[in-house]
Design a protein around this ligand. Structure first.
Ligand code: FE2
Length: 264
């Protein structure tokens, strides 16, 4: 797996607090089957004023620990951009895309998007970037109006959802929307958005299994491996695999399976 959304870099946002915690998180990611990650520290003016230089230094620091501990994982540079004025200029100036690609990870206030939100996304597209909405299922405007999310996707914006959302880590409404997003095919990536081992469980392995069992075994591969790989290689991102969704009513319960097996 490749995890495209992590707060792994120590001490520069509300994620990992120190290098030891970063190493512990990396070990947990590895045990879940993750081989590559993108480090995406928050960038919020006046709160987390992270620059390219700070991010590069922290990645270098973590990489030397990875070498020391011989951890089988690779880290790519990235950032989680908070939607605010002059963001495009800052993104260009500081080179804040994901893994040096044209893709950027963007978030906003959870309760309310800025008035010119669609326009900011469009301006990024005009500038040659492809925005990916971080944890789209957590935003109140989409919880209240699913068509709004469809509209955003139709504009060529990509969607990432958090593994933990599928299991109710952020409440019922978020879980419900995460499932709806999956069922309707409005998703391109699943990632952990890990902030620390004590905050929320990573749940990537569970998400992979959940998708294989409830949808189609190609779906977790696409959302947690192939699309992230394409992102890192700066290739176009594919949409959903065909016929991945099996209607609930066509699934057999264990009782029905036994009945059919014995043709009772
Ligand atoms: Fe995040």
């Amino acid at each position: 797996m490749i995890d495209i959304h992590t707060h792994i870099l120590p001490g520069i946002d509300d994620g990992s607090r120190n290098i030891k915690e970063s190493i512990d998180i990396l070990k947990e990611l590895i045990s879940q089957g993750v081989k590559e990650i993108i480090a995406t520290p928050h960038i919020i003016s006046g709160v987390y004023d992270n620059t390219r230089k700070i991010i590069d230094e922290k990645i270098e620091e973590l990489n030397s620990e990875i070498t020391t501990y011989k951890l089988p994982i690779r880290i790519h540079k990235g950032a989680e951009l908070y939607c605010e004025p002059n963001l495009i200029e800052k993104t260009k100036r500081e080179d804040l895309s994901l893994a040096g690609s044209k893709y950027i990870l963007i978030e906003s206030d959870m309760q309310r998007f800025p008035d010119n939100f669609e326009n900011i996304l469009y301006q990024f597209q005009i500038a040659g970037y492809t925005p990916i909405l971080a944890h789209a299922e957590r935003f109140a405007p989409f919880i209240n109006d699913f068509n709004y999310l469809l509209d955003i996707i139709n504009r060529g914006i990509l969607v990432q959802i958090n593994s933990g959302s599928l299991f109710g880590d952020y409440g019922d409404n978020v879980q419900k929307l995460a499932h709806k997003i999956l069922k309707t095919g409005c998703v391109h990536f699943i990632a952990s958005d890990v902030h620390g081992l004590n905050k929320r469980p990573i749940m990537l392995k569970e998400a992979y299994q959940f998708l294989s069992e409830n949808f189609n075994e190609n779906l977790p591969k696409l959302l947690m491996n192939e699309n992230p790989k394409r992102l890192i290689q700066n290739k176009e991102i594919e949409n959903m695999v065909e016929n991945y969704y099996v209607e609930e009513k066509t699934k057999q319960t264990l009782k029905e399976k036994i009945k059919n097996f014995f043709r009772i």
